[in-house]
Every structure is written in structure tokens, then in C-alpha cells.
Design a binder for this molecule. Structure first.
Ligand code: PLP
Length: 398
């Protein structure tokens, strides 16, 4: 890889794919891999879903880009569908998750400014969070490994350890504008936030005039078997960042907000060149067409339960290797008793694709359309990977 023309910033596996269909990826030489990571929760409808391919190719022949200085009926349509199916009244479209978070952070700060409290700009954040790789979002995530060497940390984020009510109250000060949290931490290791804690955050925000901001970039858009992960708790935010699965593989993000929270984002306060482009809107509308079909989300819940139960059986068989399966719907984490990189590598040997996370977790984030047979095949390959890891150890010990 040393002769690569690319930045060395990714630790890439030596494996390239040329085509894909559903949950299957194929190399140039025709080797097929079972994809249970779905581009890290991006390929929500699998690879090359016919409805998405048709929507994108139809739009590609009509019009790709017009400036945001013009009226945007294509954006209005998707925004209307998102607000009708969520807490929100207003939507700003972006090209990525980090940009959706940047918009969410600016919206939370601007709301306080707009309401006459310009001194309030800080956000409470949480240990184990991940919000993206821009200068503001690495500061919000608060992980030293992403911050180191990039100059002064962007000011305005106060990290709290654990989902601890007392610590949150202690961290709130006269400059606090809001609270930013993933309802289920993704990169942090598929860690669901307790419902009671989210309800507590809502109450604190209401009492103190703060914005509650949810990062649903990974856990939203049907991933948990609900359209929005916050539906699991019944706690609604004021501002929400979405991305990853919302475009089904086309770069698309969105910042959703209530009318009150977005009121300060007056003309000229925020902008984007590419955000809300016609191809992205075609992809986003096509993804929603499928996810909003009657019974679709119920099927996601059934598939999630099947995968979770079968992985739990693998944990029972190999308690020395695994300790737990956790998560909701098709956002599941297999907690390992060793480095997840080793387990992911052993799975790749079985032509099964998964992705690691914090807390020794291997993540399963397959396309929401994965079939029962494909789930069973993924579990069989997980079993085979576990056996090969144990075999290799026995061999080494002998
Ligand atoms: C991936 C992710 C982001 C960043 O999204 P990008 O599209 O990579 O900028 C932000 N928040 C969460 C929870 C994520 O999983």
C-alpha cells in the first residue's frame, strides 16, 4: 500500500469490490462476500436496490444540480415527508453526517442567540460519543485519538462520563445551550441510552430552556425497526441529525428541527453548495418509498430479533469468546472477550463482512431488507469464524 496515491489516513483491508446486489458483494474475480455491515449502516436497502437504481438513473437524465439560490420543490417534497413522519417542522439538507451535526450545533447555538441569550453556546456531550470528523464534531465527540495534533480544540463542548443525571446537572452552566446525544451510541459500541435517562434530559432541557439534540446518523432511518430511534423511548428532541441510511448509499444528510429551534436560522445564516441536490433528493425519496411501505419496519424488527436470538445462541456456545449481544433491530453489537479486529478478520476469512466498534464490539448493520436465509447464513459463518479462532489457539498451545 506504500505506493498508494491516497492519503494514508485509512487502515484499509486488502480487498476490493466491483459489484453488489442486496447483501452480497462481489470482487473482480467473482468471490462473493456476505455484507452484514452495509457500508456502516449506509446501504439501508442493500446494494443496487432496483427502486433506487431506477430513481437515480431517471433523475440523472433530467437534471443534476441547481443552486440553492433557486426554489427547491425537490427538497420540499422530501422535507415534507420527513416532517410528517417525525417531531420536526423544518429540514436542512447536507451531504454527510458531520455536516448534519455542524448544522445541528449551529442551530442549537443560534436559537439561544435568537431568543436573547447570546452567552449560551455550549453543548453537554457524552463519553463514548461519535459525531464526525470535522473540527467541531471531533471536539463534540471528545475522543482524544481523533483530536490529537489538530490544533486548539473547538471550544463549547462539555463531556459527561456515563449516563449520569447528577453529572449532567453539574455540567450545566450559564453558558449551556443544549445537550447532544446519540440515542444508541454506534462507534462507541452499540450502547443504548436508557429511556429514563433520555426522559430526564428532556425534562432538564424544558426546565432550563436548552435544546435537546439527537444524533441519529447511525441509529435512525429504520435501523432500529422504528423510523427514528427516539420513538423507542418516546422522548422527542428539538433538533436531530440524520445521514448514513437516509440516502441508501448516495451522500445525503439532514438536520431536522422544530419550528422554534430553527427560527434563528434566518436567510444567510447557513448554506451549502451541494446539499439538497436533485440526485440526493431522488435517492432520499426512493429510500423513504420503501421504508414507509406498510409492514416494512415490522419486518425489520422481526429480522432484528431473529439475528439477535441466533447470535445469542453463538454467545452461549462460546462464552470464552463472546459475552453478550446488544442493540435494537438491525443495529446489533456482539461483545467480544478480545480485540474485535481479530474477530472481524476471522469473519472475513469466512467471507462475512462486519465492522468493529469501541468496547470490544463487532457490529452487525446489514441492509434492512436482509432475508431470514441470509441471517441464518451470517450466523453460520459467525459460528465458523469462532471455531477457527478457537482451533488456531489450540494449535498454538499444542
Ligand atoms: C458516521 C457518524 C457520523 C458522521 O457521519 P459522516 O457522514 O461520516 O460525516 C456522525 N454521527 C454518528 C452517530 C455516526 O455514526
Amino acid at each position: 500500500m506504500s505506493d498508494s496515491a491516497l492519503f494514508p489516513s485509512f487502515a484499509r483491508a486488502d480487498l476490493a469490490f466491483e459489484r453488489g446486489e442486496g447483501v452480497w458483494l462481489e470482487t473482480a474475480s467473482g468471490e462473493r462476500y456476505l455484507d452484514m455491515m452495509g457500508g456502516i449502516a449506509v446501504n439501508s436497502l442493500g446494494h443496487c436496490h432496483p427502486h433506487l437504481v431506477a430513481a437515480l438513473t431517471e433523475q440523472a437524465a433530467k437534471l443534476w444540480h441547481v443552486s440553492n439560490v433557486f426554489a427547491a420543490p425537490h427538497q420540499e417534497k422530501l422535507a415534507r415527508r420527513l416532517t410528517e413522519t417525525s417531531f420536526a417542522d423544518r429540514v436542512f439538507f447536507t451531504n454527510s453526517g458531520a455536516e448534519a451535526l455542524e448544522c445541528a450545533i449551529k442551530t442549537a447555538r443560534r436559537r439561544q442567540f435568537h431568543e436573547g441569550r447570546p452567552e449560551r453556546y455550549r453543548l453537554i456531550t457524552f463519553e463514548g460519543a461519535f459525531h464526525g470528523r470535522t473540527l467541531a464534531t471531533i471536539a463534540a465527540g471528545g475522543q482524544e485519538k481523533y483530536i490529537e495534533g489538530f490544533g486548539p480544540k473547538v471550544d463549547g463542548f462539555d463531556k459527561v462520563d456515563g449516563f449520569d443525571e447528577e453529572k449532567v446537572l453539574a455540567a450545566i452552566g450559564p453558558e449551556t445551550a443544549g445537550i447532544l446525544i446519540e440515542p444508541i451510541q454506534g462507534e462507541g459500541g452499540i450502547r443504548p441510552v436508557p429511556r429514563a435517562f433520555l426522559a430526564f434530559l428532556r425534562k432538564v432541557c424544558d426546565e432550563q430552556g436548552l435544546s435537546l439534540v439527537f444524533d441519529e446518523v447511525q441509529c435512525g432511518m429504520g435501523r432500529t425497526g422504528r423510523l427514528w430511534a427516539y420513538e423507542l423511548s418516546g422522548v422527542e428532541p428539538d433538533i436531530l441529525a440524520s445521514a448514513k441510511g437516509i440516502g441508501g448509499g448516495f451522500p445525503l444528510g439532514a438536520c431536522l428541527a422544530t419550528e422554534a429551534a430553527a427560527a434563528g436560522m434566518t436567510p444567510g445564516t447557513h448554506g451549502t453548495t451541494y446539499g439538497g441536490g436533485l440526485l440526493a433528493m431522488a435517492a432520499g425519496n426512493a429510500v423513504l418509498d420503501v421504508i414507509l411501505e406498510p409492514d416494512f419496519l415490522e419486518k425489520v424488527r422481526d429480522r432484528g430479533l431473529r439475528l439477535k436470538q441466533k447470535l445469542a445462541a453463538v454467545v452461549d456456545l462460546h462464552p470464552g469468546l463472546f459475552s453478550e449481544v446488544r442493540g435494537e433491530g438491525l443495529m446489533l453489537g456482539l461483545v467480544c472477550r478480545r480485540s474485535p479486529a481479530e474477530v472481524v478478520a476471522a469473519m472475513r476469512e469466512q467471507k462475512l463482512l462486519t465492522v468493529g466498534a469501541g468496547g470490544n464490539v463487532v457490529r452487525f448493520l446489514p441492509a434492512l431488507v436482509v432475508s431470514d436465509a441470509e441471517i441464518d447464513e451470517a450466523v453460520a459463518r459467525t459460528e465458523a469464524a469462532a471455531r477457527s479462532l478457537l482451533q488456531a489457539e489450540k494449535g498454538a498451545a499444542a
